[in-house]
Ligand binder design. Structure first.
Ligand code: S3P
Length: 433
């Protein structure tokens, strides 16, 4: 699939983007391991979260749906999973692979997890090395990449892990293994990362203790089924937020968006750049903060992005770079080396795309420097390769709002991993896509 987006336009209207990907994954995992029936609403029917759903079905969990975001999970308890007949193929989904590595390393059976060509290049030692300290055996390729082969029948031991990178996937992997380990398992984070695993575990009645940057739980408990309402994904909302920030005359409201403090780096960063974003009707739904987000066009200025915001906006940088290219003055990002090991090398792929569209962007080892050209239409027409990265594709689609000619984006199929219906919603909001 390729996108062809005609230049110009503005975004208007009130709408809802699909469910949060991180929370959708966790709803299937923890609902499957709970005792009783869990009802999920707002579930993201994207390829990534469906990969997790299919993996648990393959391990014997009866799951009804999804139908309009509703999923019913007949939990089998922490010890009720069955050996799948085949390898588990999780496609493009790093979250499925890394979280499953933790919880499957404690089962009685062996299992292999595979992925697509992008996932097959991503680093897995960040989970297999700490897991080995808990007495698990998880094999990778020689260079630490998938597939993962997980040996069953191990007795896991609790472990205190001082995590070297700020990663919610690594944290969650270790905590999920910790559910099965003897004694206490703790993870210390170098910086706060998304805490959906901890929140959902508590929602299902499991005690998780967070003290400063240290998160602990004790193995041997059980999970009790509950209802889970998945808010809209702030990462999907981001494309529209950035579109409205850069296109004169835009005024949008995004409803029921998850605004967990560990996820709102994009709002903090865009506000520092001068964006007009208001967060209204803040409420708590199923243990997660939710709000309506209104965005009106306002001129942006370049900034030095504070490093403490990086883990809080880790998936939003492709879109933030589009905003930076439309700002007055230079934007500098540092401390974001992790962007190089996402679904693509998001620093290099964004630099290449921005350069193609006439923007002065330079990669650094751990970030980027973007020097805008201050034209009324800063992007020129061109063909951008998204390298199969969903967030790169959707970010460049929004750039067309401020382009002098059509922008074509190739290799866009993976938009369906996180945002089914993106094209329709973008059209409805005013993008000429
Ligand atoms: C995720 C954590 C982040 C994020 C990813 C989803 C999660 O990855 O980039 O899209 O659901 O835990 P890292 O843990 O690698 O930072």
């Amino acid at each position: 699939m390729k996108f062809e987006v005609k230049a110009g336009g503005k975004l208007n209207g009130t709408f809802r983007v699909p469910g949060d990907k991180s929370i959708s994954h966790r709803s299937i995992m923890l609902g499957s391991l709970a005792e009783g029936v869990t009802q999920v609403s707002g579930f993201l029917e994207g390829e990534d979260s469906l990969a997790t759903l299919n993996a648990f079905r393959a391990m014997g969990v009866e799951i009804e749906g999804p139908t309009n975001g509703n999923v019913t999970i007949h939990g089998v308890g922490l010890h009720g999973l069955k050996q799948p007949e085949n390898e588990l193929d999780v496609g493009n989904s790093g979250t499925s692979m890394r979280l499953l590595a933790g919880l499957l390393s404690a089962q009685s059976f062996d299992v292999t997890i595979t992925g697509d060509s992008s996932l097959s290049k991503r680093p897995m030692r960040r989970v297999t090395v700490p897991l080995a300290q808990m007495n698990t055996v998880v094999e990778t390729n020689d260079n630490g990449t998938p597939p993962l082969t997980i040996k069953g029948g191990k007795k896991l031991v609790g472990f205190h892990y001082d995590m070297p990178v700020a990663s919610a996937q690594v944290k969650s992997c270790i905590l999920l293994a910790g559910l099965y380990a003897s004694g206490e398992t703790c993870v210390t984070e170098p910086a706060p990362t998304r805490d959906h695993t901890e929140r959902m575990l508590r929602g299902l009645g499991y005690q998780v203790i967070t003290e400063g940057n240290k998160i602990c739980l004790t193995g041997g408990g059980s999970l009790t089924a509950t209802n889970i309402d998945v808010p809209s994904d702030i990462s999907s909302a981001t494309f529209f937020i950035v579109g409205a920030c850069i296109a004169e005359g835009s005024d949008i409201t995004l409803e029921h968006v998850g605004v967990n403090p560990t996820r709102i780096g994009v709002i903090n960063i865009l506000r520092l750049m001068g964006a007009d974003i208001t967060v209204n009707n803040e409420r708590e739904v199923g243990g997660e903060p939710v709000a309506n987000i209104r965005v009106r066009y306002a001129p942006l200025k370049g900034i030095k992005i504070p490093e403490d915001q990086v883990p809080l906006a880790i998936d939003e940088f492709p879109a933030i770079f589009i905003a930076a290219a439309c700002a007055e003055g230079e934007t500098v990002l540092t401390g974001a080396k992790e962007l190089r090991v996402k679904e693509s090398d998001r620093i290099q792929v964004m630099v290449d795309g921005l350069n193609t569209l006439g923007i002065d962007a330079k990669p650094t080892e751990d970030g980027i420097v973007i020097t805008p050209n201050h034209n009324t239409s800063p992007f020129k027409s061109g063909i951008v390769d998204s390298h199969g990265d969903h967030r790169i594709a959707m970010s460049f689609a929004m750039a067309a709002l401020k382009a002098s000619g059509t922008i074509t984006i190739t290799d866009c199929d993976n938009v369906n991993t996180s945002f089914p219906g993106f094209v329709e919603l973008a059209k409805q909001a005013g993008l000429n896509i």
